[in-house]
Design a protein around this ligand. Structure first.
Ligand code: FES
Length: 293
């Protein structure tokens, strides 16, 4: 059984904006019935160039319906430039998280949105076309799409890539190629960004401290938790108090207290400051998350 947030269940049982706009400004169609998921997104602009209405039709699971529903809600009122900045992570976050195995639904939503915007910008001429070379023939996923989900979601394993775009989840014949793409992207990222080094002696400003806490969570703590189906989110930093919330498996783990002190706090003290201590934001862990800001 998948673990769904209340918000996801709400959008699955009461999907918003189902259907198709009769005279749309943009149409995006992605996926295929053969691959198990398909999504058609249409939108209409108002006279100021903002998305006045958006509708969707989808074939897929509860997550596909909920992510499509929420996507239409998220983009209404936005300009196309603003809508184009919506990532698959934003869609998943808006729902308070998705099961890892269902992250591909959020990617499909982002792709449909891009296809619809492209369709509008090319005067309705252009249909969505795959860019790059097809790596996974079972699901028709290209190297560029794999590269993008790896880069944007900081993926490190073939299994994660399968969760995010299905590539590798069929015959498995493309898994070696996916491995190579992961290594290449992660190598690029490591070269582009200096790894956090254990803390120096200088005093950190508050902003530097928050940035370093976030970086340490992203690079030193989250990968270990994700390997066990869990996750962690930074909620706030108040002086030396770091407030975090566990997600996924970690949220129900009986050893969460141990993980908090011996993994999270220990790493933050090692890489940021000896004076830090962590507290779990239990309230936020129980609530579906809304990142609309
Ligand atoms: S070619 Fe990718 S799973 Fe078969």
């Amino acid at each position: 059984m998948w673990e769904y947030t209340d918000k996801l269940k709400d959008h699955f049982f009461n999907p918003r904006n189902v259907g198709e706009i009769g005279d749309p400004n943009g149409v995006g169609e992605v996926g295929s019935l053969a691959c198990g998921d398909a999504l058609k997104l249409t939108f209409k602009l108002d006279k100021n160039g903002r998305i006045q209405d958006a509708k969707f039709k989808t074939f897929g699971c509860a997550s596909a319906i909920a992510t499509s529903s929420v996507l239409t809600e998220m983009i209404k009122g936005k300009t196309l430039e603003e809508a184009a900045n919506v990532t698959n992570k934003d869609i998943a976050d808006y729902l308070g998280g998705l099961p890892e195995q269902k992250m591909h639904c959020s990617v499909m939503g982002r792709e449909a949105l891009e296809a619809a915007i492209e369709n509008y910008r090319t005067g309705g001429e252009k249909k969505h076309e795959l860019e790059g070379t097809v790596v996974c023939t079972c699901f028709g996923v290209t190297d560029q799409e794999i590269e993008r989900v790896v880069r944007e979601n900081d993926l490190t394993t073939v299994e994660e890539v399968t969760n995010y775009c299905k590539a590798g989840g069929g015959c498995g014949g493309c898994q070696g190629e996916i491995e190579k793409i992961i290594r290449r992207v992660q190598g690029d990222k490591a070269r582009a960004k200096p790894a956090p080094t254990p803390k120096g002696t200088g005093k950190l400003t508050n902003i530097q401290k928050i940035q370093l806490v976030q970086q340490t969570i992203n690079e030193q703590i989250r990968p270990a938790l994700r390997a066990h189906g869990g996750n962690i989110e930074l909620i706030d930093v108040e002086g030396n108090k770091v407030i975090v919330a566990f997600r996924g498996m970690c949220a129900q783990c009986k050893l969460a207290e141990f993980t908090m002190k011996d993994v999270v706090e220990a790493k933050l003290r090692e890489f940021v400051s000896d004076e830090l201590f962590v507290e779990e934001d239990k309230e936020s862990a129980l609530q579906p998350h809304d990142h609309r800001g």
